[in-house]
Write a protein that binds this ligand. Structure first.
Ligand code: SF4
Length: 249
């Protein structure tokens, strides 16, 4: 391999993919049910949270810092991609912890965002800034069970987030994100997705509000999905293009 072709994250990606796969196999091999999958997801989140804590210490001891703070929500206005299991966990949390009025309000915000974004091109979807339906008074209302994408999105510079928020159409303006957490979390999720696919479960990542609205409108969709139906794949061409454009950026 030439020096130019060397991917500095290839080994890290491989290691975290293998970890995600192995953890799924050890937790789910003899018992793949809705409950065991959601328990597994919580374990995976606690693994990544511990890793992020250690990462934060390393960043601070090297004289740098993570600029993210609870209540800072500039990044909660973009397209958040999740897998269905993550939204099952969130939908259960909402059903258990929120009253009817709050549930209705989340559902109506999810429908509103989904309907605004679903007809856009991927390029345009990456530019529009619409609050996540789970954002409440500037904070995440499901913080304890927020998806992987939100846990690993760590910025070294709030100003770069603000610039991107206010000038989303500028192709060379990006938040200054730490790469390591992004790779670690995404690849752990990929290992889990690979494991579930081997078990015959169709796993399409989709926009958070799309899966959320489907699950809140019809809770049976979660069980149907685990039994092999493909209810959460709608609009996956747009999502695949969003992923491609983000990787290219
Ligand atoms: S789930 Fe929570 S942290 Fe993630 S985008 Fe929505 S409000 Fe923000």
């Amino acid at each position: 391999m030439t020096r130019e072709n060397h991917d500095p994250y290839a080994e890290i990606d491989q290691a975290f993919f293998a970890d995600g796969y192995r953890l799924a196999a050890s937790n789910l091999e003899d018992n793949l049910t809705r409950d065991s999958l959601l328990a597994h997801l919580k374990t995976q989140y606690s693994v990544i949270d511990s890793l992020l804590e250690a990462f934060q210490h390393r960043v601070e001891s090297s004289g740098s810092h993570i600029d993210c703070r609870r209540g800072c929500s500039w990044c909660c206005h973009q397209q958040v991609l999740v897998m269905p299991a993550e939204m099952l966990l969130i939908a259960d949390y909402i059903r258990t912890n929120f009253d009817d009025e709050a549930k209705e309000s989340i559902l109506s915000r999810a429908i509103e965002k989904d309907e605004k974004v679903q007809s856009l091109t991927a390029e345009r979807a990456l530019q529009v800034k619409i609050p996540c339906p789970l954002l409440q008074d500037g904070s995440c209302s499901v913080y304890a069970v927020r998806p992987m994408a939100c846990r690993i999105y760590l910025s070294s510079d709030l100003n770069s987030c603000l610039q991107e928020f206010h000038q989303p159409e500028k192709p060379d303006v990006y938040p200054q994100l730490f790469d390591f957490p992004l790779h670690a979390g995404r690849m752990m999720n990929s290992g889990l997705i690979h494991y579930l696919k081997e078990k015959g479960i169709s796993v399409h990542e989709n926009r958070l509000e799309k899966i959320l609205r489907l699950l809140l409108e019809n809770p049976d969709k979660g069980s149907n999905w685990l039994s092999g139906s493909d209810d959460f794949g709608e609009g996956h061409e747009q999502v695949e293009e969003i992923v491609r454009l983000r990787e290219k950026a």
